[in-house]
Design a protein around this ligand. Structure first.
Ligand code: NAI
Length: 730
């Protein structure tokens, strides 16, 4: 038998239970853990010496990170998942009603099944450390809490606060947890164990009794009023359902199922709610949406550990101070996240005014974070002290890394590269944030091309989670490893992609947006195209996206892609004409849509139709055709990128599309989408589209080959990232 994840020490009449999974960095709840709990509570039943217990973690700054998600992969049927949930109910009910009351000592993350476990405890003490967060993140994996979370939490903290946690998966920090009554008390981490033990002693001696589970509720009169009567609850639940549908467009079943489970808990017997929770958990656990979201979880987790270079992996260089060239929109965005990560930043621009505006933009962003309580005033001040502006490279003599975000112009980029190499130290790495210029072309101007690469951020920098790191053929592996490590430090999910026009994300965006343009050429209505793609799961439609990015920029990058890849990526007539007309999109308050004074999008600007083929007479193209053409154009290009080594793996391609473009996460990414469609079917669809729309849609060679051999990008069962032996032909 392997070592037990639970260690029990009996101190007088108290059992101190320490959760410490052998050989693991974090505690997760797996079968062995559940069995150990069951056995322990059996033993405690018989051990009359023990009158109360403390549940704590043996890992520093980590309580329990929730269920072991790998175990979910082995679930074969809804019935099996349902019975797993029922077992969980039985175990936690046992703990809740056990002769021995349990005091939970929560320090560090307490997530999912861990939070459900402490909800069944008699008392909850949390450390007031910043690492202590409590959450029910199940919906993010397409699931609902399956161990009583949808039943116990609303009763403890009230319906609204509970829904806020269950429907979003949001982290609740220690202080907030106390405010909403999720924990009973907060203490300094250094006395967490001692206080928990004291409370257990109070239970043991009878000084403290098990209260009702809602004894800690601290919500206001209004919430209580709403919670405690049926009408009030049904209003809250209905509003939550409406808000959820609006947000998810019905693509994510889990939050709706969670609402059903919560509602069931208020109607009929207590058992009714638990039964419904288990049934819905079972259904969701084997759903396609959950499978895709679980895949994305594994993919991003794997990328966190990926150094970005092949072995032997060089050690990343330290990055303590950076220089940012260009204090414009992207430069200021990058500087903002860099100071947030504790880096010293010098931002350079051409004149006083621009430097000042850049600094002000960073300040505005920090003020916003302060308003949202993401940082304290002290943190804001500390971060502003890390930031300085210059017009003359002052302070650049000891920067470890320079991120260049000047105008998108090869000559200017080469010019600033030469300038900065004059003043910076030998060790300095220079990264360009260019969106379209090949890195090798920029590096040609360098004295140390092995220290030049691309770091392509997405806008707005603080919100977009993806970073593309682009080494050119001569970039040293250690330089790539450093850029990847630093990108992770900024909180980004980093993919390493090859140096070719558009890199990966903009490359697959080009035929997608291009197809939307072709649909306009054929007479489709602007809003019909956008609606079809939002219905398919994109956060905004492709035409809105063009307006957002800027028509001038879309036009320029379209031309670059056309030049590089030929007719297949030729810009549409519609886009060409609108760009030529001088409309620039949202920034100029004139594009495919109209905008109000503050830049808020209004309706389609009908006058733009006068510029398009077909004029104002639009014709109906079925949404399914719009969706199929745009999705397939993107997926086929993604396959080409894999084939030509632009991306290292389908995993990187899927993560890049979901986090860089907003490809519908419930479809997993373009490669998962191709797998779900079936490679052979996808190839047939592409062939028929190709017959109609030559030269677009010619199936990528890799797809034809895979269809012939009957292979897939990912294994059909089991762990999505472990080789199945039937991967793509490469
Ligand atoms: P921007 O026009 O807002 O900022 C460029 C800044 O560079 C300006 O403040 C300008 O004064 C400054 N600059 C120009 N020449 C300079 C020089 N010789 N020395 C110092 N500063 C100089 O442009 P934006 O949007 O920030 O773009 C910057 C770069 O980022 C471009 O290469 C662009 O392609 C890329 N990019 C832009 C994205 C976007 O959504 N805007 C997304 C990803 C990359």
């Amino acid at each position: 038998m392997s070592e037990s994840p639970l260690h029990v020490e009996i101190r007088d009449d108290i059992a101190v239970i320490t959760v410490d999974q052998p050989g693991a960095a974090v505690n997760t709840i797996d079968r062995a853990m559940r069995d150990a709990f069951r056995q322990l509570f059996d033993e405690l039943e018989r051990d009359n010496r023990v009158k109360a217990a403390v549940l704590r973690s043996g890992k520093p700054d980590m309580f329990i990170a929730g269920a072991d998600i790998e175990e979910f992969l082995a679930i074969e049927s809804a019935r099996e998942a349902e019975s797993l949930s029922r077992d969980g109910h039985a175990l936690l009910e046992r703990i809740e009603t056990h002769r021995v009351p349990v005091v939970a000592a929560i320090g560090g993350p307490c997530l999912g099944g861990a939070l459900e476990t402490v909800l069944a405890c008699a008392w909850r003490v949390a450390s007031d450390s910043s690492s202590t967060v409590l959450a029910l993140p199940e919906v993010q994996l397409g699931l609902i809490p399956g161990a009583g979370g949808t039943q116990r939490l609303p009763r403890l903290v009230g319906l609204q606060a509970a829904l806020d946690m269950i429907l979003t998966g949001r982290n609740v920090r220690a202080k907030k947890a106390l405010q909403i009554g999720l924990v009973h008390e907060l203490v300094h981490p250094s006395i967490l164990d001692r206080i928990a033990l004291e409370r257990a002693r109070e239970f043991a001696s009878g000084k403290r009794g098990r209260g009702t589970s809602d004894g800690t509720r601290r919500h206001g009169a209004r919430e209580l009023l709403l919670d405690d009567n049926r009408l009030g609850r049904s209003v809250v639940l209905r509003k939550a359902r409406e808000a959820t549908l609006k947000k998810t467009h019905g693509h994510f079943p889990a939050p709706l199922a969670a609402l059903d489970a919560v509602a069931a808990g208020y109607s009929g017997s207590r058992e009714n709610g638990y039964r419904e929770e288990a049934r819905l958990f079972g259904e969701l656990a084997v759903s396609e949406v959950s499978r895709q979201l679980v895949f994305l979880f594994f993919a991003t987790t794997a990328l966190k550990k990926d150094p970005g270079v092949a072995p032997p992996v060089p050690e990343a260089l330290p990055v303590r101070k950076i220089g940012v060239l260009g204090a414009g929109f992207m430069g200021a965005g990058i500087a903002g996240v860099a100071v947030g990560a504790g880096t010293i930043v010098r931002m350079k621009d051409a004149d006083h005014g621009r430097v000042g505006r850049g600094l002000a933009a960073v300040r505005e962003r920090l003020d916003e974070r302060l308003r949202k309580r993401q940082i304290t005033r002290q943190q804001l001040l500390d971060q502003m002290t890390l930031l300085g502006g210059t017009m003359a490279y002052t302070g650049f003599d000891d920067v470890d890394l320079v991120i260049e975000a000047v105008f998108e112009d090869l000559d200017i980029k080469r010019h600033v590269l030469r300038e900065v190499e004059e003043v910076g130290p030998e060790r300095m790495i220079v990264a360009s944030n260019t969106s379209t210029i090949p890195i090798a072309r920029i590096a040609e101007a360098s004295r140390r091309p092995e220290r030049v690469l691309g770091m392509h951020f997405f806008s707005p920098v603080h919100r977009m989670p993806l970073l593309e790191v682009i080494p050119h053929a001569g970039t040293a592996p250690r330089v790539t490893a450093t850029a990847v490590a630093y990108g992770k430090k900024l909180g980004k999910t980093v993919i390493v992609v090859n140096d070719a026009p558009g890199f990966y994300v903009n490359r697959i965006l080009a035929p997608y947006v291009g197809e939307a343009g072709r649909l306009l050429d054929e007479g489709a209505a602007i809003d019909a195209i956008d609606k079809a793609m939002m219905d398919a799961g994109f956060p905004v439609g492709p035409i809105t996206l063009i307006d957002e990015v800027g028509l001038d920029i879309a036009g320029k990058s379209g031309a670059i892609m056309f030049e590089a890849f030929g007719e297949r990526l030729a810009p549409s007539e519609s886009l060409r004409r609108v760009v030529e007309s001088g409309r620039s999109g949202r920034k100029g308050k004139s594009g495919f849509y109209s905008y109000d004074e503050s830049g808020q999008k209004r309706d389609v600007d009908d006058s733009v139709y006068d510029l398009l083929p077909g004029g104002r007479e639009r014709r109906e193209i079925p949404p399914s055709e719009i969706q199929m053409r745009c999705l397939m154009a993107m997926a086929n290009e993604a396959a080409r990128c894999l084939e030509s080594g632009i991306i290292r793996s389908p995993r990187d391609g899927d993560v890049g599309a979901v986090f860089g473009i907003g490809f519908p996460p419930f479809r997993g990414g373009p490669f998962r989408y191709l797998d779900s469609t079936g490679i052979a079917s996808a190839t047939r669809i592409l062939e028929s589209l190709y017959a109609k729309h030559t030269p677009r849609f010619e199936p990528a060679g890799i797809l034809v080959e895979m269809a012939r051999r009957g292979t897939r990008f990912y294994p059909e069962r089991g762990h999505p990232l472990e080789p199945s032996g039937s991967g793509p032909a490469r």
